[in-house]
Design a protein. Structure first.
Length: 277
């Protein structure tokens, strides 16, 4: 069989060393014309290896999916008052419905207290007792929440924590006996602003510690103001100074009006005051 020139494809004799047409050397000539492709024999595929590889990929894929779903579960989206576009009355209703279960165990009486605190923007974990509140009549209300006693005065929108909750014990005793008396109540007015009694008690940041010596007389089933005094410092030895700001007198009046109802609710629920046996 004749050869072909690798450069120009001209048929040449096997014995010559150079192409007579283009002069290209013919030492490594192929028996096939230029432009033909030599087909290499494909290597047989190892079907067993491929099958094993496919199976391994499938197992790894399932395993990874299991690990992701069981160890890194997708968290459901949550809606909070700050992130939700819900606002106004609807937003408050949603907040009350979702949080009431843990705060009051759905007690209708305590649920009213929870709604009031939500309206005030006052956050607590659990409400334990409530003095009750009649809209357009009550000047305030009192609650025990998170084992602390709070007083809410509605006319001036003020909140005070009672620093000596044992004072309720003595007041309750007098009310049960229908006996006039007096009690020292140590108010811690939260986020207060200086007023005519700014020099009384003691300030800690924006919180005003204002102790009061409240005298009262019993008229029917109500305790009536019979004189209110204060002093300087958080725990003064003498409480003989007059109050000059009506807002602080209003705090004392809410205590006289609501403390008895609060202690009654505490007694009904078996809540024991600090210092009681």
């Amino acid at each position: 069989m004749g050869k072909f020139c690798p450069k120009c494809g001209f048929p040449v004799d096997n014995k010559i060393k150079f192409c007579p047409r283009c002069g290209a050397p013919l030492q490594e000539l192929s028996h096939k014309p230029v432009g033909t492709v030599s087909k290499s024999q494909p290597k047989p595929m190892n079907i067993k290896i491929i099958a094993i590889a496919i199976a391994a990929v499938a197992v790894l894929g399932l395993g990874g999916s299991y690990l992701v779903s069981h160890h890194f579960p997708m968290r459901p989206s949550t809606m909070t008052a700050s992130s939700s576009s819900t606002s106004g009355v609807a937003g408050k209703a949603l907040s009350s419905a979702s949080s009431g279960e843990s705060k009051t165990n759905r007690d209708p009486y305590l649920t009213q207290a929870e709604k009031l605190l939500d309206q005030w923007g006052f956050k607590v974990s659990r409400i334990e007792a409530f003095s009750g509140y009649v809209e357009d009549y009550s000047k305030g209300f009192m609650v025990i929440a998170d084992n602390r006693v709070f007083l809410f005065e509605t006319m001036n929108h003020r909140v005070a924590k009672i620093e000596n909750p044992e004072c309720l014990k003595w007041f309750r005793s007098d009310m049960k006996q229908g006996k006039s008396g007096s009690v020292v109540v140590k108010f811690k007015i939260l986020d207060d602003t200086p007023d005519k009694d700014k020099d009384a008690g003691e300030w800690e940041g924006s919180n005003h510690y204002l102790p009061m010596f409240i005298s009262y007389k019993i008229e029917g089933k109500a305790a009536v103001d019979d004189g209110i005094h204060t002093g300087k410092g958080k725990n003064p030895k003498h409480l003989q100074n007059y109050l000059y700001d009506q807002r602080n007198v209003d705090l004392a009046h809410v205590f006289l009006g609501e403390a008895s109802a609060l202690t009654n609710d505490m007694e009904k629920r078996g809540i024991q005051l600090k210092g009681e046996n």
